[in-house]
Design a protein. Structure first.
Length: 183
């Protein structure tokens, strides 16, 4: 849902940044394909699943990479803010600019699956190696791999049950029953 119902003029990432710095772009937005979208509010379930994933990722060594949560990934004409990203390098590499790609991006979908799927083209164009869409209601994870020409060549759905191993971050193996279990 764009921020207004009137005519839409596409924005570049640079214009989005300039307007944001001038205070003309509301908070809780992201730029997708030149259009500014208001981000959805986060349900308690969404927040709980993001926290759980962050805790699991923090528990494994990921040398040469760092975790980012709800921070921009700058793509050609987009600047989505994934729930979680595993980025190559160290945080200090990005004091002057946002990462332009990631090893792994995770979007938690409680009510936003179609919106989050719409980001896949931006992530693929940016060379994000692997994207996970966590489908909370279905207790499933859609895994997208092998970015090629604005799309992912491989897509698989995992769960309920079983496990999924991240190929981009091979140290990360997620047991789906334990992950989705309400304690």
């Amino acid at each position: 849902m764009p921020l207004c119902d009137g005519p839409i003029w596409p924005l570049s990432v640079a214009a989005y940044h300039a307007l944001g710095q001038a205070g003309l772009i509301p908070k809780d937005t992201e730029l997708l394909y030149g259009v500014v979208y208001k981000k959805m509010s986060k349900s308690p379930l969404h927040s709980a699943l993001v926290r759980r994933l962050l805790n699991l990722l923090r528990a494994i060594p990921i040398p040469g990479r760092f975790l980012s949560s709800e921070q921009p990934v700058t793509c050609d004409d987009s600047e989505p803010e994934p729930d979680i990203a595993v980025v190559r390098g160290v945080e200090e590499d990005y004091w002057q600019c946002h990462p332009s790609t990631a090893e792994l991006v995770v979007e938690v979908c409680v009510t936003s699956a179609e919106y989050d799927r719409s980001k896949l083209r931006a992530y693929a164009n940016a060379g994000v190696r692997e994207c996970w869409l966590v489908l909370a209601a279905e207790e499933q994870i859609e895994v997208y791999r092998q970015p090629v020409a604005g799309a992912y060549a491989q897509c698989a759905t995992h769960g309920p049950g079983g496990s999924v191993q991240c190929l981009a971050v091979p140290e990360f193996i997620l047991d789906l029953d334990r992950f989705f279990k309400k304690k």
